[in-house]
Design a protein around this ligand. Structure first.
Ligand code: NAD
Length: 473
């Protein structure tokens, strides 16, 4: 058993924080304030089930930090939920938001149920009652605390939450901003589904565009031609694979829970997904070779390894067999602390989950902004931009007496849709965050790894915010 298992989840987050805080100059008291969970709401409420039974539901909402308002973080439905886990996840949200410059404090919610064991009607009653408990205690609102989906929840639950909130706050014109991850028709934003995978791609691409980093790893600059292995063909894995492939990388292997497929010339994730849908498995995909064990994929020689499925998959037992040059942590916690040390010793660059998979929360921020501004992104400027582009292009064509191709014309004239602006905002966010973390690391080479540099980045930002706010008398 590793030392790590002697600590609770929240304590292990505190340990990572303490390790990083040594590379900052904040005074002890301020660091204690940053680490602490500010508000913890532990609740029990009764819900009448379909068979007439009354069940007492255990649920939580934790607001880790109010250095920025509102707090932000998902709500998970799982029978593993407990207060320590919600506290840990809320604190990670504070650091994640700080790194990607999303101006929110961290929050997290959880209901201790296995959603598969309840009817849709029961789930709706539980979700609505949970929301009304949050309203009663002022733990939800567009300026207070804004939940989002997490394990076991999705658009459907977010729609129930916004409907309950709005009905308890009649006339609140900003009610739609009380939760994100809503269906588009209820105030959701386009581009959210692919956000995490696209954010992973943008983050890794930025790392690959840094000549000094690539030189150290013995790699050429850019993602083009780089070999990629992806673990998990779910939402994040599928979209990560898609964006790497579309940008010229070669996705040589994709793994799932029942095995992996390999093709040195590259796999197409959409064709593989259709194959899985038709046959029930990714195995026996035409043109590819099956790998006997799903975990073999992690040990393949490649430039970039993207674990996008489960936590702790790279650990003490397989860390020394990893041959990738870069590991992009798309999943939450795919490396154990033991594995982290092995990677650092081997010179493998681990791009940490805390910011790399922040695409979801970044796009949540865009959704919240859309809700507060009451207008779809692109609505005001799309037509204006297209008219202007048409005019400029026709002037250029007249002056040069040359015509651009139809494909070029389409590209140049195109005015931004909501999804274009969301992708562009995400690209800017991930590039900036990557540069900020790398800058901290380069300025202080005694920082052992990029994960610690990311923590330092978060601590400095939250510390600055608390420092500037001062202390209430
Ligand atoms: P998902 O359920 O859509 O996909 C996970 C996939 O992994 C599934 O297809 C599953 O069959 C597969 N899988 C399970 N065991 C496996 C194994 N042993 N080997 C290979 N594949 C296996 O989930 P997701 O939304 O894609 O999330 C994946 C990870 O990313 C999780 O750690 C999640 O916490 C993290 N994450 C997701 C988001 C998001 O926006 N969805 C945001 C941040 C972090």
């Amino acid at each position: 058993m590793s030392n790590q298992q002697a600590y609770s989840f929240f304590q292990s987050v505190e340990k990572s924080f303490d390790k990083a805080s040594k590379f900052t100059t904040w005074e002890k008291g301020l660091l204690e304030q940053i680490k602490a969970c500010n508000s913890i709401y532990s609740m029990r409420f009764p819900v009448k089930m379909d068979d007439g039974r009354i069940e007492v539901i255990e649920a939580y909402r934790v607001q880790h930090s109010q250095h920025k308002s509102p707090c932000k973080g998902g709500i998970r439905f799982s029978d593993e939920v407990n207060q320590d886990e919600v506290m840990a996840l809320a604190s990670l949200m504070t650091y994640k938001c700080a790194i990607v410059n999303v101006p929110f404090g961290g929050g997290k919610g959880g209901i201790k149920i296995n959603p598969k064991k309840y009817s849709v009607y029961e789930l709706e009653k539980i979700t609505r009652r949970y929301t009304s408990e949050l309203v009663k205690k002022n733990f939800i609102g567009p300026g207070i605390d804004v939940p989002a989906p997490d394990y076991g929840t999705g658009e459907r639950e977010m729609a129930w939450i916004v409907d309950t909130y709005a009905s308890l706050k009649p006339g609140d014109i900003d009610a739609a901003g009380c939760v994100t991850g809503k269906p588009i028709t209820q105030g959701g934003v386009r581009g959210r589904k692919e956000a995490t995978g696209l954010g992973v791609f943008f983050g890794i691409r930025e790392v690959c565009n840094m000549p000094e980093v690539m030189q150290k790893l013995g790699l050429t600059v850019g993602v083009e031609g780089k070999t990629v292995v992806v673990q998990g063909l779910g939402n994040v894995g599928y979209h990560s694979a898609k964006f790497f492939r579309e940008n010229g990388s070669i996705v040589i292997c994709i793994s799932e829970h029942d095995g992996a497929v390999y093709n040195e010339n590259g796999l197409n994730e959409e064709e593989l997904f259709q194959h899985k849908k038709a046959t029930g498995s990714i195995l026996h995909f035409p043109g590819s070779t099956n790998l006997a064990k799903s975990s073999d994929a992690l040990e393949l020689a490649c430039d970039i390894l993207i674990p996008a499925a489960l936590e702790n998959v790279i650990n003490g037992s397989n860390a020394d067999k990893i041959k990738a040059k870069i590991i992009g942590e798309a999943a939450n916690g795919p490396l154990t602390p033991e594995a982290d040390e092995v990677m650092a010793a081997k010179g493998i660059l681990v791009v940490p989950d805390m910011y790399l998979n922040a695409g979801g929360v970044t796009v949540s921020y865009f959704e919240w902004l859309k809700n507060l501004s009451h207008v779809r992104y692109g609505r005001m400027e799309k037509r204006f931009t297209e008219n202007m582009n048409t005019h400029i292009l026709s002037q250029i064509e007249t002056l040069t007496d040359r015509k651009v191709s139809d494909a070029e014309r389409k590209f140049i004239l195109h005015g931004p849709e909501e999804v274009d602006l969301v992708h562009s905002g995400l690209e800017e966010t991930m590039i900036t965050a990557t540069r900020e973390i790398m800058d901290i690391w380069h300025k202080n080479p005694s920082i052992p790894d990029m994960r610690t540099a990311a923590y330092v980045c978060a601590i400095n930002k939250v510390g600055t915010s608390y420092n500037e706010l001062g202390i209430f008398p």
